[in-house]
Design a protein around this ligand. Structure first.
Ligand code: GCV
Length: 844
């Protein structure tokens, strides 16, 4: 059956429909032009017969890969034939399993570090040697990746991971929901317990292992103490069993107050003997269920979570409380540096959330146990579209450190916007903090190289769910792929990793490769352009969904993600001379660069300085406000090109994935205009400075719904935030069960236009709309984004629900009558914002 499918696909020259479950591990047949002229192994020998061992999995994976890519159905055996060494075989195993007689030289064995592998391809003879079982599996995946990318070169190399900690964090709650879930509910918890069917957990471990991830924290850092019940410990044991064949270890997040909330103690003071005993017992018990538990992750004294500061103990006291019992079992304690006060007072010019991590960890360097790793978000605030590197990395020379990246696009489009994140992550990984005036790249700090630390690495918040694409969108898996590959080797380029992912996920076609790569590489700068520029942060709604625009939500609250925008200026003064002093948390060379308006990079100007809107940028000479306007127009223009660029790949990608991606890119292009207009209107209103190119607030091809003739119950409402509706108002139906209409006589010149309708798609209903030209139906649509768009939805008219629909090529004559009919559903009252008739080339 599999064979027939492959042959069929080869014959018709196009890929079979795919749902994304295999992500980059598709093992799709190579095009004929690439699959000729090479020799391949004719058998597979995986040197371990235990079905739960990663080496056994490597044998199965090699079988699957060679069958998928070449249609070669090879036998898999588990021992080396005695006598002569095998020829024309791929042999995979650990150094120990290969044994002395196998020809694995001492130099290879001694060059391998834990999880590392040796891969030698000599024509049809392939040798894969892992330092441990997991390493052998990694080597097999690497070999298959080369084959799937049609790389048949003879090679011989050692590959060792940059760091031992290469973990994902999953913010899964025990009820099956996930904090910031964009790929559906979680795959391992439901109703307070671990689910019975762990098939998806095993498949996920396979994906992770293929990019070198070696552990998963399976529950939310905002942890529920009930993870520690007997039933859940048993469930965790089963979950760890599902991961183990892929060399993925399980870890859990803990709630600091568990001794009190579930342990019957009156305290959770980390120095209390009863509390210490509680955690020792819990740890011993957990290891009975999960003998290879990777360790714990703890979020303490942050965003309402309990922690040691409640008892005037230090964060180090808190971390060591867990680290000590873990030591007996070889476990690691990841302790988050995301500690801050969320009740700051903005009227205090010196108050600054960005200062928090360095302040809270002040004096603690060297005070942590050796198996503690401090896990630091890449920037000092919270996964914003642009942040400077967290200065805390420069303060941990005697403490293990890991960088926390967010694969889930919480503030970055929630998987409904294509945003390839590796270039953003690289700005931090490759940043030189110049500690003690010496090269101190962040990637060398977290891998332990710079300060000669034994532990360290990478944590990626992934939040995968039951959606077949894992993350809710086919294109978003590029970020999971890049995270794993960068954790293995952070010196790799964002471009190189992307090309690998494109080929593995979609194929070899040159046009496809260059088109998709180019789009992905443009996506982060584009997203920054149409969201928050110059280091002002993403400008999303930080008090609600973290999705659409709401710049006002940043200020006038205790969360400290302030912009300090007023009528005259914008930006946080984080200088030492006049501001919060944050710039001074960096080593002197870096501090000096950020302190001065003459040297601060433009992209972080407003992070470090409060300036008038008329301040000129060093690089372009634009004023800050004009840069906002220009960048937002440029970003939306780029997004508008994406659907057509993707459409040029029709026939080169299977239709299921093609359609799913196209639908999202069309949505993104529309939402980019929502963003553009909202941010531009907001700051035009704040600053009273007009766009010198006259675009902002000027929409000659739109007709506002509130200016149309309304009937059947449509009535005009003010929208909040005002800037998220064109003209600041919209119309909503007032009667459920019947259609309301908005009608206008068009005054545009005769011609062919794209009809665009701006409307609001709330979570609390599935309204229907239809547009008619002279009573003839142009198109109809449903407000059902909650069924297919992965972002956190809103039940209001705002920047999250604002969206657009487009009907191209509509012939219009002056005097034609356009009518939109809206039929409400549930609490969604068929809200309508505007109609636009766009001539060719106009993006509005
Ligand atoms: C898991 C941000 C997110 C929270 C998240 C927190 C964290 O505040 O919005 O949902 O909590 O970061 O990283 O702990």
């Amino acid at each position: 059956m599999v064979m027939r499918r492959i042959l069929l696909a080869l014959a018709v020259g196009c890929a079979a429909a795919e749902d994304g479950l295999n992500a980059w591990l598709r093992y799709a047949p190579l095009p004929c032009s690439l699959s000729r002229h090479h020799s391949l192994p004719e058998s597979i020998i995986a040197l371990n017969s235990t079905t739960t061992s990663p080496v056994y999995s490597a044998g199965q994976e090699l079988h699957k890969g060679l069958l998928g890519i070449f249609g070669k159905n090879l036998t898999v055996s588990t021992s080396l034939p005695s006598g002569k060494p095998p020829s024309k075989a791929v042999v995979v195993g650990t150094v120990a399993a290969f044994g002395k007689s196998s020809g694995v030289g001492h130099d290879v064995a001694s060059a391998l570090e834990p999880d590392g592998f040796w891969l030698e391809v000599k024509g049809s003879m392939v040798t894969i040697v892992g330092q441990n079982e997991r390493g052998a599996l990694y080597g097999a995946f690497q070999y298959l990746s080369l084959l799937a990318r049609a790389d048949f070169s003879d090679v011989a190399f050692v590959s060792n991971p940059a760091a031992p900690v290469r973990w994902t964090n999953e913010w899964d709650n025990l009820d099956g929901s996930i904090e910031h879930q964009y790929g559906g509910p979680g795959i391992w918890f439901q109703g307070g317990h671990v689910v019975d069917d762990l098939t998806r957990a095993g498949q996920y471990a396979r994906l992770l292992s293929s990019v070198g991830i070696n552990a998963v924290i399976v529950n939310n850092v905002n942890a529920d103490a009930n993870i520690l019940t007997d039933a859940n410990m048993q469930g965790l044991g089963r979950l760890a069993d599902a991961f183990r064949p892929y060399g993925v270890q399980l870890g859990i997040a803990l709630n600091f107050a568990s001794p009190q909330s579930i342990g019957g103690l009156s305290t959770f003071d980390p120095l209390d003997p009863g509390v210490i005993q509680f955690w020792t017992d819990i740890t011993d018990k957990l290891y009975q269920h999960v003998p290879d538990l990777a360790g714990y992750l703890v979020k303490a004294n942050s965003e309402g979570q309990p922690g040691p500061l409640t008892y005037n103990r230090t964060l180090a006291d808190g971390a060591n409380l867990f680290a000590r019992p873990l030591q007996a079992h070889g476990g690691v304690l990841m302790f988050r540096a995301f500690v801050y006060n969320n009740n700051l007072n903005e009227s205090d010019w010196k108050a600054d959330r960005a200062n928090a991590a360095v302040q809270f960890f002040d004096g603690l360097d060297g005070k942590f146990e050796e198996n503690v790793v401090v896990q630091v978000k890449y920037g000092p605030i919270d996964f914003q579209v642009r942040e400077p590197t967290s200065p805390l990395f420069a303060h941990l020379s005697r403490t293990n450190a890991a960088i926390e990246l967010e694969v889930a696009q919480e503030y970055l489009g929630q998987q409904c916007h294509l945003v390839y994140l590796a270039p953003l992550w690289k700005t931090v990984l490759d940043f030189d903090l110049r500690v003690d005036g010496r090269p101190s790249l962040v990637r060398d700090i977290v891998t332990g190289r710079r300060f000669k630390r034994p532990l360290g690495g990478f944590a990626g918040v992934a939040n995968v769910g039951t959606h077949p694409t894992w993350l809710g969108s086919h294109l978003a898996t590029a970020n999971l792929y890049a995270f794993g590959r960068l954790a293995w080797d952070p010196s790799q380029t964002a471009e190189g990793l992307l090309d690998e992912w494109v080929v593995l996920t979609f194929g070899h076609d040159r046009h496809l490769r260059s088109t998709l790569s180019q789009m992905a590489l443009e996506s982060w700068p584009m997203y920054e352009n149409y969201t928050g520029n110059l280091g002002i942060q993403t400008l999303t709604d930080i008090l609600y969904t973290h999705y659409g625009p709401n710049p006002a939500s940043m200020d006038n609250n205790g969360w400290g993600q302030w912009t300090r925008a007023d009528a005259h200026g914008i930006g946080m003064d984080r200088t030492v001379s006049n501001g919060t002093g944050f710039a001074g948390q960096y080593p002197p060379e870096v501090a000096a660069m950020y302190e001065s308006l003459h040297t601060v990079p433009d992209e972080l100007l407003l992070w470090f300085h409060h300036v008038p809107y008329t301040q000129r940028l060093r690089t372009t000479g634009e004023t800050v406000i004009q840069h906002f306007y220009n960048a937002h127009y440029a970003g939306a223009e780029t997004a508008a090109t994406f659907p057509a660029r993707w459409a040029s790949l029709r026939g080169k990608v299977d239709s299921d994935r093609y359609d799913a991606v196209l639908r999202r890119l069309i949505y993104q292009a529309g939402h980019a205009i929502v963003w553009r207009d909202a941010i531009n209107e907001f700051y035009r209103n704040k600053s009273s400075i007009e766009d010198e190119r006259g675009r902002v607030g000027h929409h000659p091809w739109r007709v506002e719904a509130e200016d149309m003739t309304l009937a059947g119950g449509y009535s005009v409402v003010d929208v909040t935030p005002f800037e998220t509706a064109s003209g600041f108002r919209a119309v909503v139906a007032t009667k459920n069960g019947s259609a309301a209409t908005a009608t206008t006589t068009l005054r545009f010149p005769d011609g062919t236009y794209d009809l665009v309708v701006g409307y609001f798609d709330q979570a609390n209903g599935r309204s229907r709309w239809a547009a008619y030209l002279n009573d003839k139906l142009v198109g109809s649509w449903v407000g059902d984004g909650e069924d297919w768009l992965s972002h956190e939805h809103s039940t209001h008219l705002d920047g999250h629900s604002a969206t657009r629909v487009r009907f191209p090529g509509v012939k219009v004559r002056k005097g034609d009558v356009l009518r939109v009919e809206g039929t409400p559903d549930g609490g969604e009252m068929a809200p309508l914002d505007y109609v636009a008739l766009l001539p060719d080339g106009v993006i509005d």
